[in-house]
Design a protein. Structure first.
Length: 313
């Protein structure tokens, strides 16, 4: 890993005009990674920008010190993207052009000449922390805020099983730099809009138990989103609901992206691998958190997930 960090640091020094790609339905880790890397590159005198499908309002603060720059793309980097399919509407413009992939998914299949992938890292921002140490950047509060946002959200504020002693040490170092932990923790973990609360109320009514209550499934349909008027950015965190139920080993969240197509999030407790389960449906991720996409009606989608879960229960 040390040699790969050195190679990546050298690559970033030698190249310029960076497009930094985040994954579709962006979360705190992909956005924190993107904007942290953008800030570091701009600090080095490079031109860089973050390309994302949309920016949820809760994460706008990450852009506070980003300078908008106009340039012709020379270098393409993906952050926290395990598969080009996760680029969403940006896939067509960038597939086959990716120069550097930085990721923490063991299931990563992004084709790039240079890959900095550590499947044991709790968050992609944890990899960037090590990379920035190798690069010798000047630490700023803005960069620390980006990294803390990514690490804290991917570890459930340092509560999930992916949190290690190293994760905590990196978090402590970032806090020492001076990140706004109180603000970030409040926005990420303690604040909800009225519309999100209304959606959660409806989501609880969809809970379905199976396999002797060891598996719980919830669903968010397009009709539910439209009737409440909830934005895409307000759907973050719903996947944790079924896993929080006592006795549940597999929590499954189905989110309707379009009629007949569902984005699936799987969260597990204990011995079941969420990544292995999702792999049976063409997806992947981490041992305790993974995802995939399934097609069909809601009942058909549920049937596919139940069949997949049955192999592990």
């Amino acid at each position: 890993m040390t040699d790969k960090l050195k190679e990546t640091a050298a690559f970033l020094r030698e190249h310029d005009c960076f497009d930094i790609l985040t994954h579709d339905y962006p979360d705190g880790d992909t956005l924190g990674s993107g904007f942290a890397l953008c800030l570091a590159l701009q600090q080095m005198g490079k031109k860089a920008r973050v390309i994302t499908t949309f920016l949820p309002k809760d994460f706008v603060f990450l852009t506070n010190e980003i300078r908008e720059q106009d340039f012709e793309t020379q270098t393409v980097v993906t952050v926290d993207v395990a598969d080009v399919r996760l680029l969403g509407k940006n896939r067509a413009a960038y597939e086959g052009r990716i120069d550097l992939c930085i990721d923490h998914h063991m299931t990563n299949v992004v084709d790039a000449p240079l890959r900095l992938v550590d499947g044991h890292a709790a968050a992609n921002c944890a990899i960037l922390y090590k990379l920035f140490c190798e690069m010798g950047i000047t630490w700023t509060r803005a960069i620390a805020n980006c990294l803390y946002t990514g690490i804290s959200t991917d570890t459930g504020c340092f509560r999930y099983t992916n949190t290690t002693a190293e994760t905590l040490r990196i978090g402590a170092d970032i806090i020492d730099i001076g990140c706004d932990t109180a603000y970030i923790n409040k926005v990420m973990f303690e604040t909800k809009t009225k519309k999100k609360l209304a959606l959660e109320r409806e989501v609880y009514d969809t809970i379905e138990y199976c396999f002797d209550d060891r598996c719980a499934i919830i669903a968010v349909t397009c009709d539910m989103q439209r009737s409440i008027g909830v934005s895409d950015g307000e759907l973050e965190g719903l996947a944790s609901i079924p896993r929080q139920i006592e006795g549940v080993e597999i929590g499954i969240t189905l989110r309707e992206k379009a009629p007949g197509e569902f984005k699936v999030s799987v969260r597990t407790n204990g011995q079941v691998s969420a990544s292995a389960l999702c792999a049976t449906l063409g997806g992947g991720g981490h041992s305790a958190a993974a995802g995939c996409t399934v097609k069909g009606t809601l009942d058909e989608a549920k049937a596919q997930l139940k069949a997949a879960a049955a192999k592990f229960l």
